[in-house]
Design a protein around this ligand. Sequence first.
Ligand SMILES: *Cc1c(COP(=O)(O)O)cnc(C)c1O
Length: 218
Amino acid sequence: MNLSKVKNSISNLELSAKRKLGSVKLIAVSKVQPNEKIKVVLEEGHRCFGENRVQEALGKWPGFRSNYDNIELHLIGPLQTNKARQAFELFNVIQTLDRVKLAKSFASLAQEKGSCPELFIQVNTGEEPQKAGIFPEQLDSFIKECRSMDLPIEGLMCIPPIDEEPSLHFSLLKKLQERNDVNSLSMGMSSDFETAIAFGATHVRIGSAIFGERIPTP
Ligand SMILES: *Cc1c(COP(=O)(O)O)cnc(C)c1O
């Protein structure tokens, strides 16, 4: 697949799910991809990208931003508190808020700067010990705590366990969204975005279907 095929397929899915055309945002996940491939996608007019590491993103996006307008950058990987400031300054959207310590650090950065990236809370729907994210039963109180710090909680994000039916996790995230009255749902990757859209995804994060397989990092 490539960018236009993915975009077509998203439009078709929006229609078949009786969703508004254009209601699903495509985040092109460019982690580990060579700059030449990212440039091709930028030249095709796409402006919304996802990266999972702050350091890697700092190495490429300030350069692209000086050549292309209106780039919207999403952080989709775990964030260490000591990189919170860099992430806050680089990303338009941070999708991996997953603990109180990080929320507090965003709150003080927001106070200092007078603005804040859009925030998504990562939910560990499969309760996997090796995976980041708030457990579902702790989410309601975490959201309350974030809201009490005036943080702009825009949505929820999840990465289902690789060996389970993703629809179970997408429907759980949808339920958590409705219960907590948040706007957006970031769910669905190359292998399962069709299902995610049927279950109400507003943001899909797609890497390999656009750029091709990632070269594995050693
Ligand atoms: C890498 C990554 C993706 C994209 O995965 P593909 O299978 O290449 O589409 C989506 N979300 C997160 C959090 C990722 O780390």
